[in-house]
Write a protein that binds this ligand. Sequence first.
Ligand code: AMP
Ligand code: MG
Length: 397
Amino acid sequence: MIPPDEALRIVLEHTPRLEAVEVPLIDAVGACLAEPVASDIDLPPFDKSAMDGYAVRAGDVAETPADLTVIEELPAGVAPTKEIGPGRCAKIMTGAPVPAGADMVIMVEDTEPAGEGRVRILAAHPDSRNICRRGEDIRAGRTVLDAGHVVRAAEVGLLASVGRDRVRIHRRPHVAVLGTGNELVPVTETPGPGRIRDSNSWSLMACCRRAGVQAKRLGVAKDAEADLREKIGPGLQYDVLLVSGGVSMGDWDLVPKIFDAFGVAGHFATVRMKPGKPTVFATGENRIVFGLPGNPVSTLVAFRLFVWPAIRKMMGHPDPAPPPVEGTLTAAMNVRGNRTAYLPAHLRHEDGGWRVEPIPTRGSADLVGFARADALVIVEPGTYEPGASVQAVPLEL
Ligand code: AMP
Ligand code: MG
């Protein structure tokens, strides 16, 4: 048995970062940039009004009220044709270029009409010029996003602003998911005696979606060498293969043996954690393989702790395994045995710190309890009083 931290270190050490590919902008959402991106233009590209109002010379409105002559109307997208001379101004809309001569925009709320072609400026604030200066956000040629940056909605907007309709990202892994177990029936069936529904192949598919990668469900294999071999073989064509069940000490837990038969190199098979002890990690050429424990909660915990960081590393994430958060327990806990426990918890922020509330659980098959959790509290065996400081892993999945 190796400690969970050591297991994570081994996983990350043997997980490749995938190559760069060019994709249409919108397909980059959730991926990491494979190269820095520079702006092709100044942003904003011209001195731009931040308000609907009047473009004026600040000197003309040093004292208010002040009546000015309106010489032009400037909607967004229209280039000014006239310079603003003393005693003059232009009506201007948000986003329109500020005309030469003007150095301030008075918002329309601080004005009133003053007869044909005239406006009365009622108030001016020297500190709010209401002009976004050309290049004040970024200068042409300067880097706007570094390599490794995760592309979210803001980044897509920014990339669009700097003229990128295609971007280079790290390729996302293709993942295959296989359930195993003679006892498993499809979701659409009512389980007969001794049977249960296959839930892991679906929850693992969901994990992949939540991690931003495509997964292929390979179905469920029987606990029989021939069937396992038939389904694991094609699974090894993927960047990541996730097999749930069949990895513990039972007579029908054949998965590690099949991995061996296919020649993937095993790195560990048991981790000193609860749940999740029988977690298998192996690698082939440019691919990684996990045998995850069959219990529905165990499989999700092992995914979060080991598979999620591995997928993030493949995607080029600069911080594939962010550290746990520190918090204080809201209730007593008692953990027996000799393994690090990862138990369902609820995290909330209160008085400047995280409160970690353990959630009642009936163990590693109890998806009902687990579905209420948004974190895992990490506790070594021992007794903990309310207020004890603990670490917790947010469940992003
Ligand atoms: P195993 O790791 O194969 O020994 O399975 C441990 C427990 O998890 C057993 O109670 C299995 O019935 C259950 N289990 C295994 N695979 C699945 C699955 N795909 N969906 C739901 N439960 C499962
Ligand atoms: Mg099984």
